[in-house]
Ligand binder design. Structure first.
Ligand code: DQA
Length: 147
């Protein structure tokens, strides 16, 4: 099985960015833990972070036919990006939408997501622990593509 973790804009600052909201764990720690969990289940793993919408679209398109499941924290693009939504639907790869913070307890404009109605599942407000849950879920429960 093959799992792709995608983090959108500003998540490269995880650990130092508004730590009262996002915690003090860095993105490289998150990615290392995710890799360990994937490996424990015999899954291959790749992690991608970008601050650029088009780069995220390109990475999703490149995953077509190769990746069985995506865990994505689209960051602020959650609330704006039809393009990333369309990319996920276009490649037909099932995905988990993840937010470190509880977006529903924050500003009203964070309550709407362009992803939630198409996500296989949503993890919100568990802090960076959510990434471990999401990766484990994909590793254990997502179906493998015919390749
Ligand atoms: C976020 C929530 C978004 O509203 C915000 O723009 C982010 C991070 C989260 O992980 O809680 O960048 O996706």
């Amino acid at each position: 099985k093959s799992i792709l973790l995608i983090n959108g804009p500003n998540l490269n600052l995880l650990g130092t960015r508004e730590p009262h909201i996002y915690g003090s764990t860095t993105l490289s720690d998150v990615e290392a833990d995710a890799r360990t969990i994937a490996a424990k289940h015999g899954a291959s793993f790749d992690a991608f972070q970008s601050n650029h919408e088009g780069a995220i679209v390109d990475r999703i398109q490149a995953a077509r036919g190769k990746v069985d499941g995506i865990v994505i924290n689209p960051g602020a693009y959650t609330h704006t990006s039809v393009a990333i939504r369309d990319a996920l639907l276009g490649v037909g790869i099932p995905f988990i939408e993840l937010h470190v913070s509880n977006v529903h307890a924050r500003e009203p404009w964070r309550h709407h997501s362009y992803f939630s109605d198409k996500a296989a599942g949503i993890i919100v407000g568990l802090g960076v622990y959510g990434y471990k849950v999401a990766i484990e879920h994909v590793a254990v429960n997502f179906k493998e593509l015919e390749k």
